[in-house]
Write a protein that binds this ligand. Structure first.
Ligand code: IPE
Ligand code: IPE
Ligand code: MG
Length: 240
């Protein structure tokens, strides 16, 4: 990884990634869309390697959205099995590397039980690890997360005048998940597609034309370089 120009003292704590463009990558090669997802596995774990080497504390990826159920049933079925397979193939290795595997999303009846069981197994296996926290957003929607938080507020009997940002944050899927300083999206699409709506409020967004199966740790380093060149103002005036 070429870290030229990167200030190692200002590496973001949390980077989030929308892994997009698998279908187009496959179509360009005359392959089935699902083969693009398969090719994304190498990209994902190369990037996780990069996240570890860069010393990120949190790395979160969008693996399946609440809207992705609209895809053809064969592709949905493939993605369910694929995400289960990813954990089967990589959780033990990640565990040895002190990575904590985390999940955010809705546990609903549409997710096959075996997939949820695999997710729970991987989280249990790695729960005491103290290195990178690798969060998989699966059957995740930013609006669903906020709706679910509001339901919990009501279930907890929180009075209207006690509802504030802290009360909502405490009821998100993972209250400890820090706001990402940086979100990267591949494949030249300039949108969030319902990813981390609450958490991305002040994130720096970096978009690249690279299709996800071609993404490597170097692209993560490049995105961090771009992030470090930005000025974050959080609504205030420039400090310089
Ligand atoms: C991202 O690649 C993977 C998922 C959404 C699961 P896509 O499948 O969206 O690829 P494109 O956008 O169709 O190229
Ligand atoms: C976002 O990508 C979801 C994931 C990467 C899991 P999509 O490809 O589903 O998003 P849209 O449809 O282009 O907005
Ligand atoms: Mg897409």
């Amino acid at each position: 990884m070429d870290l030229t120009g990167i200030d190692l003292a200002r590496i973001p704590r949390h980077v989030a990634a929308v892994m997009d463009g698998n279908g187009r990558w496959a179509t360009q090669r005359g392959l089935k869309r699902t083969e693009g997802h398969a090719a994304g596995e190498h990209a994902l774990f190369d990037t996780v390697d990069g996240a570890i080497e860069l010393g990120l504390e949190w790395f979160t990826v969008y693996a399946f959205s609440t809207e992705n159920w609209k895809r053809p049933p064969d592709e949905v079925r493939y993605l369910m099995g694929f995400n289960k397979g990813i954990l089967e193939r990589h959780a033990e290795d990640l565990n040895e590397r002190n990575v904590r595997i985390n999940f955010i999303g809705r546990r609903d009846w549409r997710v096959p039980r075996g997939v949820m069981r695999r997710i729970d197994w991987a989280m249990d296996l790695t729960q005491h690890n103290t290195g990178l926290t690798f969060t998989i957003a699966f059957n995740y929607g930013g609006r669903a997360e906020i709706v679910d938080a509001v339901k919990r507020l009501i279930a907890d009997g929180v009075a209207a005048d006690k509802v504030d940002e802290k009360a909502i944050r405490q009821r998100l899927y993972c209250p400890d998940l820090p706001d990402p300083e940086l979100m990267v999206r591949t494949s030249g699409e300039f949108r969030t597609s319902n990813f981390l709506l609450w958490e991305l409020a002040y994130s720096e967004l970096v978009f690249t034309d690279v299709l996800w199966p071609d993404f490597r740790k170097q692209h993560l380093a490049d995105a961090i370089r771009e992030y470090q060149a930005r000025e974050r103002r959080f609504g205030a005036v420039s400090s310089s």
